[in-house]
Write a protein that binds this ligand. Sequence first.
Ligand code: C2E
Ligand code: MG
Ligand code: MG
Length: 747
Amino acid sequence: MAGRGNPLHSSADRRLWLKSVIIPSLVILLLFLGSGWWAIRSLQSFYYGQCLEEAALTADGYSKAISLALDAHRLFEEALTGTLETAVAIIDSYPTPLDNETLSSLKDRLHVDVVYHYDPSLTVTSSSDGTYIGWRVPAPHPIRTFAESGASYAVEELREDTESGTPYRYALHRRDDGSIIQVGIKADGTYEAYEDFALQHIIDELSLRNPHISLALVDQANQISAATEGTPIASIFEHLEVAVPTDMKGYRRLKVAQTSYLAFRLPITVNDQDSGSLVVLFDPSKLDYLIKAIAVTITLVLLLFFIFFLHSFWTVHRLNRRILHAANQDELTGLGNLRLFNETIRGMKGTDCALMVINPLNFKQLNMLYGYAHGDEVLIKLATYLAALACSHEGWEAFRLSDDRFLFLLTGALTQGELGEVARSIIADSPALGLVSRPALAIGIAEKRFDEPRETPLLTRALIALNSTGGANPVQFYTIDLESRLIGDNAIEELLKRAIDGEAGIVTLAFQPIVECASGRIVAYEALARLTDDEKRTVSPELFIPIAERHQLITGLGTLLFPMALTLLERFKEQGITDVRLAINVSALQLMDDTFVNFVRSYLSTRSIDGRAIVLELTESAFAYEEDGLTQRFMLLRSLGIGLSIDDFGSGYSSLSRLRALPFDILKLGRPFIQEIEQAAHAHFVRDIISMAHHINKRVVAEGVETEAQRTLLSALGCDLLQGYLLGRPLGLEEVLEQHESGGGHA
Ligand code: C2E
Ligand code: MG
Ligand code: MG
């Protein structure tokens, strides 16, 4: 319920979250991504390596094929040109005129297909088959080009016959008389077989077998002698020059016209001679697609792994957090506990902060009166209130220390004035939480400046401050003096414990007379507790009564003092004095103890003392309790004949109208009123109180009367009874008895 206890809200837990979830997740994500990248790179280089190997094998195979082709080509060429040359030489040896029959018989004998003879004007004069006679070579024409070149012999490249379109290889010879002999061999099947050995043909064949590669044969002069048709290999040749040197064993990735290629360049040797190089262009688009597909699959698998890992990690973390939360959280209120508080403090660096220890007053009584379930409800309400208050300010946090103690941590630079205001506003809001005392809370505050060491015992200091709070002073800041006083408090606590355990001489009583104003007769004695320490120094009840209350020793002390006080009445009875009453101070905590009324009743009966001889004095702090319970107790005590007086009236917050409903008898006006009484305004005020008290049938005692003037004034104002040093100081039992024996029943 109380949200500020949630561990995730504290800065320490945000750091824990970062350390235990964010950083490991990022590291693992990086590991996954790194290994994915590595796998893809390995795959890529493996596949590219395979390509290189394939290219190397291809180049090797090609070297052999190309070597054979080159050889065959050379032999064929030699045989062809040899036949043509021989035929031309033999025909040339025949004298002019060369008629058709001669040419026809020479054609057959020389194993050529056609023989023509042109006169110097380039007109056919005779032919082996009798065709073309009289045909004149047009311009332009290869024969005319030859004739004009002045050369005596030439072998043409394969070309189609001008008229018939049949492919021929021709040899041309200029005879001495200027005429020209033309010998031709038809490009028939044999010739085509020869063509099969041409480089371009081989490259085309090879390229056909593997459509993903383009090949280029580069000669020693760095000219492309043959290349796969329709590929950009020629256009990237310049790139290859720069990027792929011949001696390179690896590959290069080249980009031409938005397309990527893998380029290999491998040397080719023919008959142990360097014969240029083979350039292989590999189109990796399919391979890249495959690699991309594998990469996506690997990434998806890794991502799935990562998600699965994150899920498991998150589950474990949530479990841990729940365990941590349970360890750091108070079960009842849902606030962070002391462990979380300590962790929060440890995690704070160099900031101003303040700690409040908030303690409901008289919480034990609340538990006793209304039950523990109700007490728990009140604690939960208070925790919810503090959590909501903490939520409304950045850097404020609420914790439950233990039982009925809460911690409120405020980070940031706040002045004592501001802190006091926060504390007072908490107290002001507390009545709505079901706390019965007024004030309902005591708050101890300790501050720590940013430059103070981290080990500054903030909590101890706040507890020391809390220890020094009191009814009229519910908010206390820590001071070093408080700490030294606490050491003294501990000594007093020890003394009180020893006294309660039965050690005599530590706690005693002094009796101060209360005198009737009109007659000056002592009508009562007030029993005042005295504490003597081991060095025989007396400790004021103003000091040790609050300590006894804080340490739950007041009931024990009351149990010790009550019978001690009754001794005065017994001794008076022995002396025959029966008209003097005994006023006994009772702490509110004592009164609210369920056993108190029975305790008083049993003592009165065992000591045979009439209840009417007793007046119980209660300070206003008793009225912080819920009215019904208080009225009930007053009625029970009254039924025993016991008188009740309200002590130190005016020091607390009660008004006469609030007291009106309570069945008490006497109102004791506190000393501060009496000290100022000689001032007219105060005198009027005291007069009004007295008349109001009389109006509701209460008698008034003026406390701390020290001067004759005060007595006269009080008497004039109609005060009923007086108490003070003027009328008698507190005396020991024996001294009081002595005084009475010597006839002192008057002040
Ligand atoms: P109280 O009940 O109001 O007692 C009166 C206090 O005023 C006593 O102080 C008394 O010595 C002092 N006093 C009386 N006349 C004068 C005077 O003329 N001038 C001055 N300056 N003081 C005067 P004491 O004995 O120090 O007690 C202080 C308070 O401690 C008491 O105030 C009472 O509230 C509490 N107390 C004393 N004994 C007991 C006890 O046995 N039980 C409880 N619960 N409280 C006690
Ligand atoms: Mg008193
Ligand atoms: Mg008093």
